[in-house]
Design a binder for this molecule. Structure first.
Ligand SMILES: C[S@@+](CC[C@H](N)C(=O)[O-])C[C@H]1O[C@@H](n2cnc3c(N)ncnc32)[C@H](O)[C@@H]1O
Length: 253
């Protein structure tokens, strides 16, 4: 049997190893879609083995990527197998191994925060601590993208659960966010393990979150196809054909 999620291997520990690349691309695509640019400062909460970090570190300017990960071995393995010391020297990422969601440890604010597959394992008091710290390091326009597993019940235990997941209702997540001065909007961004993406923003500075609904996009494509077919039919109509012919003749005169 191959590696299973949670096994002590840098690719398996953070999730299904066969989806390691896909889950990285999903995070990178989402943040760049939301507006992440190379000059922004990004905080990757629970950055694991730099699954997505390897793409962000490459993309961002030096000194812009910050990661928190209590399991130091994951970052070390990520650097050894995925990133390489040359890129670390060039891009100067900053890491902390704090395990109490002390996001203020870096003494700076961030344009983007990311917590992928963190609330899906966390107890409520850990989510509260993370939200409270996040609010302190968010600028008025910051975006905080996080996932959770949406369910009908709320996990009431006190411990981090791993590699299994815990569930919360969307309403509960939104209540927790509001209590910490944050708006919490679900976004329909695909996730291969059926987690739900949330975008958290400061309640005191409402601003629009870019939206992309795949269904809307497919509908636009369908409408465009219909318009093209309609146009082709018009062009082939005998009256229009005659009109076009007359116009060509008149132009020559
Ligand atoms: C499912 S993995 C996700 C890793 C990473 N976000 C990714 O997408 O590859 C969960 C991560 O949370 C880390 N973690 C565990 N306790 C944590 C804590 N108190 N604060 C931050 N991260 C924690 C684990 O070590 C693990 O790397």
């Amino acid at each position: 049997m191959g590696l299973q999620p949670g096994d002590p291997h840098y690719r398996a520990y953070v999730g299904p190893p066969e989806k390691y690349d896909l889950v990285a691309a999903m995070q990178f695509n989402l943040l760049t879609f939301l507006g992440l640019r190379e000059h922004h400062y990004l905080l990757d909460i629970g950055c694991g083995s730099l699954r997505a970090g390897r793409l962000f570190i490459t993309y961002l300017l030096p000194g812009r990527y910050f990661g928190i990960e209590p399991n130091a071995w994951l970052i070390q393995e990520g650097i050894r197998h995925e990133v390489g010391n040359d890129l670390i020297r060039m891009k100067q990422p900053t890491f902390s191994h704090d395990s109490n969601f002390t996001l203020t440890i870096f003494n700076r604010e961030f344009d983007f925060l990311l917590a992928h597959s963190i609330f899906s394992h966390a107890a409520e008091h850990q989510i509260r601590r993370c939200l409270s710290e996040a609010r302190k390091v968010m600028k008025p326009t910051s975006l905080f993208a996080a996932t959770f597993v949406q369910g009908e019940t709320n996990y009431e235990g006190q411990n981090w659960v791993y590699p299994e997941c815990v569930t919360y209702t969307l309403e509960h997540m939104q209540r927790l966010a509001r209590e910490h001065g944050l708006n919490c909007t679900p976004i329909r961004w695909p996730h291969p393990n059926n987690q739900t993406w949330l975008i958290l923003t400061r309640t005191d500075f409402p601003h629009a979150i870019p939206t992309l609904d795949v269904a809307d996009y497919l509908d636009l494509q369908r409408q465009l196809r219909q318009c093209r077919e309609h146009l082709a039919r018009i062009k082939n109509h005998p009256v229009i054909k005659l009109g076009l012919k007359i116009r060509r003749v008149l132009r020559k005169i």
